[in-house]
Design a protein around this ligand. Structure first.
Ligand SMILES: C[S@@+](CC[C@H](N)C(=O)[O-])C[C@H]1O[C@@H](n2cnc3c(N)ncnc32)[C@H](O)[C@@H]1O
Length: 278
């Protein structure tokens, strides 16, 4: 496996897709909470927004049973192809998975009884428009359940990143660091406001947390999923000419801290919103 500084993963490559094609440890804790919240009904119409490689889409379809019609939507071409392949392998017939964006859903108004999104809607380009679209395609009283990780995700890493930028005289990039966190991890209160503005009532917001422990920073930065899902966006915070220097310094600091405390522990706080269409 290449070191993290040289790594680049092409998400359209079938080799990469098959390597990650499992229920990732990252998706599972969110999905378990989401699946607990769903009001299971018979013969309902359900949608998974940002259905990725087919989770929780396929699980939901199997739990709802053949009488329900379930749809998945995601712009990731190779991801949708893989989810379709899984549908065939599983022999699931009540699911349609398609390429598309949450901002413009190809469904008539008032079509769905249930919409779910496991770490999906926080990844769209236009969140307010996505929420308006979801509100449009559901029936009055429909359930909307979604999960996302909050802005305190991987806090020890981001603190080290910030300190490193100060130490290297690169504090001007702290703004880009804050913007990077905000882009994918909206504060919970802001998400609640946006959901309500789009026409939903919020029944509950459940707080949860899980942890990733690593032996040290070198292990963390070379972990396959860290490189696949996070590293590129972390590196893009600083100009390309500074990346190696910054990341070697971050790695050193993380290693020092894990040596002192015996472990490098990253928290992933997340929330599950359970909403209904007013
Ligand atoms: C963190 S992944 C979650 C995937 C899956 N739900 C899971 O739990 O493993 C976020 C997903 O959102 C998708 N996504 C990004 N932009 C989107 C958009 N505008 N509309 C719908 N999905 C989008 C990505 O392609 C990706 O599959």
């Amino acid at each position: 496996m290449k070191g993290y500084l040289e790594s680049h993963y092409d998400l359209e490559s079938s080799d990469v897709v098959s390597a990650i094609d499992e229920l990732s440890l990252w998706s599972a804790p969110f999905g378990l909470r989401l699946l607990e919240r769903v009001r299971y009904g018979k013969a309902i119409k359900a949608l998974d927004v940002g259905s990725g490689l087919g989770f929780p889409l396929l699980e939901l379809a199997m739990r709802l049973g053949k009488g329900s019609e379930v749809f998945g939507i995601d712009p990731w071409v190779a991801g949708v192809a893989r989810a379709s392949q899984k549908l065939k392998t599983y022999g699931i017939t009540n699911v349609q998975v398609m390429n598309g964006r949450a901002e413009q859903l190809p469904f008539t108004s008032g079509f769905f009884d249930l919409v779910v999104s496991n770490n999906g809607i926080n990844n769209v380009a236009d969140l307010p428009q996505t929420l308006v679209e979801i509100a449009r395609v559901v029936k009055t009283g429909a359930q909307f359940v979604f999960t996302f990780n909050t802005d305190k995700t991987f806090l020890p890493f981001y603190e080290v990143y910030r300190e490193t930028l100060y130490d290297l005289g690169l504090a001007q990039h702290n703004k880009a660091l804050r913007e990077h966190i905000f882009a994918k991890r909206r504060p919970v209160m802001l998400m609640e406001r946006l959901v309500k503005e789009a026409g939903f009532g919020v029944k509950s917001i459940q707080d949860d947390i899980f942890y990733y422990a690593f032996a040290d920073g070198t292990a963390m930065l070379n972990h396959f999923f860290i490189k696949l899902a996070f590293l590129e966006s972390w590196m893009n915070i600083v100009p390309s000419g500074e990346r190696e220097r910054v990341f070697r310094a971050i790695e050193e600091r993380l290693n020092k801290s894990s040596k002192e405390s015996g472990v490098l522990r990253m928290q992933v706080p997340f929330v599950t919103f359970d909403c209904w269409r007013r």
